[in-house]
Design a protein around this ligand. Structure first.
Ligand code: ADP
Ligand code: ASP
Ligand code: MG
Length: 423
């Protein structure tokens, strides 16, 4: 007997037909004698629809009420899956975020899970009941509904898996694993048998939306075994227990897979893109100590994440331009905050551009090999793609380019690093 968490994303839950398909996969897992908790997303497109309602109701919406609205998508699908499982003869019940409860911090719309009271859940699972839990939602310290940020159902699943000490957390989605890049952009992308936590964390944080970044960080910390696999499978498909998807593994496990010849040691594991950032340039900022602190402190205080930062070499007059990126959704707020502090910061103009994309290559092999960055720059320049900014970490290189060149850049780099599938 194993204890398994199964998470189904929005495309897998979109409509009663697909929910029936999901219910069959869940029933098959339970029929193997396992204790099963299922975490579900809202139907594809539903959360966007609910977010739009909030914007229409009040452009400056209160995040606490936003959470009440957007958490409802998952309430619907959890009830529907429980009903469908019951129709198939299974014992099943739903557990809403506030019923377990899933305790989170109070940061509405981007809450973090603090703890989960799992006793009642475990008792029900031990009695043979399938637990269906809406993803994305939790409960704040002052008893209000919270949500975990877009894509947050992955994190709900991993948090539940950690709380009930599950043997595995299977993330069912609309692709059959983690690929070398988004398979919807590059047809020759290769499915990976395994990816390390560290690489998956970096890939997710630079835009590979197959797993929410926080879910990977949590899985790494809590040592949750995570598999990414497809819910769009036929009758004869191998069971999840045979690990047909991609496993997220530790570096030691990866070494073992390489030794056994099951994985190749790769310099670059994956390429990701992100079109959700915007560029901000502040011109003629005084080139003196404290100038950049004056720019970034108000942004940090407003929880606006700044990513790439470039400060140009100072001009003769003791001035410099500062360029950085922020999420597009925060651009208007960032602009307003900076305008408010124009006198204090002392810049001349704010120039913004949302038509940019960030392309990143990720691989632990970079720690020990030189030349990964230079081949990236050469491959892009050979295709006439201009690089506007660069940032690096130990296992990642990101460049900012024109948004229109995103797909081309991803394809060119995929080929340049020898990642294209053979046939
Ligand atoms: P779900 O609704 O199941 O949570 P998401 O849409 O959040 O699914 O994530 C799955 C999508 O992630 C895929 O359809 C694919 O287009 C995209 N994706 C981006 N990068 C990758 C990658 N490296 N490997 C697999 N899928 C990726
Ligand atoms: N429904 C939420 C979203 O669309 C959470 C999720 O699907 O993971 O962001
Ligand atoms: Mg997702």
């Amino acid at each position: 007997m194993a204890r398994i968490v199964m998470k189904f994303g929005g495309t897998s839950m979109a409509g009663t037909e697909r929910i029936r398909r999901v219910a069959n996969i869940v029933r098959a897992q339970a029929a193997r004698g396992d204790q099963v908790a299922v975490v579900v997303s809202a139907m594809a497109g539903e959360t966007d629809r609910l977010v739009n309602f909030c914007r229409e109701a009040n452009p400056l919406y209160d995040p606490a009420e936003y959470d009440v609205v957007v958490a409802s998508g998952e309430q619907v699908t959890s009830g529907l899956l429980a009903l469908t499982l019951q129709a198939l003869g299974c014992k099943a019940r739903s557990w809403l975020g506030w019923q377990l409860p899933i305790h989170t911090i109070e940061a509405h719309a981007k809450a973090r899970v603090e703890s989960i009271d799992a006793d009642a859940l475990l008792a029900s699972m031990e009695a043979g009941e399938i637990a269906v839990i809406p993803g994305f939602q939790g409960l704040s310290e002052d008893n209000r509904v919270t949500t975990l940020g877009r894509g947050g159902s992955d994190t709900s699943a991993v948090a539940v898996a950690a709380a009930i000490k599950a043997d595995r957390c299977d993330i069912y989605t609309d692709v059959d694993g983690v690929y070398t890049t988004d398979p919807r952009i590059v047809a020759k992308a290769k499915k990976q048998k395994a990816v390390t936590y560290e690489e998956m964390l970096e890939l997710a944080s630079v835009g590979a939306k197959v797993l929410q970044t926080r879910s990977v960080g949590l899985a790494m910390k809590e040592k949750v075994r995570v598999q990414v696999l497809s819910s769009f499978i036929g009758e004869g498909a191998p069971p999840a227990d045979d690990l047909p998807g991609t496993m997220i593994v530790s570096e030691a496990e990866m070494d073992e897979l390489v030794e056994k010849g099951l994985m190749e040691r790769q310099l670059v594991t994956g390429i990701a893109h992100d079109k959700n950032e915007a560029k901000v340039i502040l011109t003629r900022v005084p080139d003196r100590p404290g100038a950049v602190a004056n720019i970034f402190e108000p942004l940090a205080a407003a929880s606006i994440n700044v990513d790439m930062i470039i400060q140009n070499v100072g001009r003769d007059k003791g001035e410099t331009d500062v360029t950085f990126t922020v999420p597009q959704t925060d651009l208007a707020r960032a602009q307003a905050l900076l305008e408010d502090r124009r006198g204090e910061i002392g810049f001349n103009r704010i120039i913004t551009d949302s038509k940019i994309a960030k392309i990143s290559v990720v691989g632990v092999g970079m720690k020990s090999h030189a030349g990964v960055a230079s081949s990236m720059f050469r491959a892009l320049s050979d295709r006439g793609i201009n690089i506007q900014a660069i940032s690096t970490s130990e296992i990642k290189i990101s460049v900012m380019i024109d948004e229109d060149e995103t797909e081309l850049a991803v394809r060119v780099l995929h080929t340049a690093y020898g990642l294209d599938a053979k046939d």
